[in-house]
Design a protein. Structure first.
Length: 260
């Protein structure tokens, strides 16, 4: 089977404008065309914010959830690793989409005979001490409980203020992988890892490093990129999706990979 990897869609609730929403949904639909079911890995920050109350889930994501569900119902193995914007994803999301949720900083899978490490990428490597201190606090059961006491409309409003992704990330333009993440990746190659795939940086790049290959996935706000490891192929490819001239949602355009 083919393996697909993407991250950092940062989906906003409809009817709010999102620059990559239609492309993302069309891309998921394109996977159903003339292709055997494969595996899809969403490595975090699918949503700009997501919180599940016991009886309430965020509204405005119906088309996104439905597109993922169609993949699951068609035999695709859909997997989700929460990121720093949607770490409160839980059973409601899983039931709505059929996706299997994987918690933790990273996991390793054997794909076509190679050990592939998958992670969102937040808080990995040296630096970013403040975030590393607050990360376990934010993800604790107590924080979830306290946040659940806030009315959903107010909670979502507050979360979007803190996120401010629509302004901050859209103008972010990295030209190299942050040194902390690069150091962390290099160390993983000393642990019998062949390929590392992460999101979080919003930079689309493939680095052929000593002892391994690092794939940084990019995003679906400005780049609309994803990685594919094809059946019986050991090499990851980084591609860009474009439906600007497509009438049947299957126009794929090869992207550019570089050394950062």
């Amino acid at each position: 089977m083919d393996y697909f990897f993407l991250s950092d869609v940062h989906m906003f609730p409809e009817p709010e404008e999102h620059p990559g929403r239609d492309r993302f949904i069309n891309f998921l639909s394109s996977l159903l065309l003339d292709r055997d079911p494969g595996q899809l890995w969403i490595l975090g920050d699918l949503f700009d914010f997501w919180f599940e109350y016991h009886s309430v889930i965020p509204s405005g994501y119906d088309r996104t959830l439905s597109a993922i569900r169609k993949l699951s119902d068609s035999g695709w193995d859909v997997n989700f690793m929460p990121g720093n914007h949607d770490f409160w994803v839980a059973e409601h999301f899983s039931r709505a989409t059929g996706a299997l949720i994987h918690y933790g900083d990273y996991l390793v899978r054997n794909i076509n005979g190679r050990n592939v490490l998958l992670a969102h990428g937040d808080g990995l490597g040296p630096g970013d001490i403040g975030y590393k201190i607050i990360k376990p606090v934010l993800r604790s059961g107590l924080s979830r409980f306290l946040f659940s006491l806030i009315h959903p409309d107010i909670a979502t409003y507050l979360a979007r203020i803190f996120s401010d992704t629509s302004k901050r990330i859209l103008r972010r333009d990295l030209d190299s992988i942050p040194p902390g993440i690069e150091k962390w990746v290099q160390d993983r190659f000393e642990e019998d890892i062949d390929i590392v795939i992460t999101g979080h940086t919003h930079l689309d790049s493939i680095l052929h490093m000593k002892n391994g290959i690092y794939v940084s996935l990019g995003d679906w706000l400005t780049r609309c990129t994803y990685c594919i490891i094809r059946n019986n192929s050991p090499e990851p490819e980084l591609l860009s999706y474009s439906d600007e001239i497509s009438t049947d949602h299957d126009q794929l355009k090869e992207g550019v990979s570089d050394d950062g």
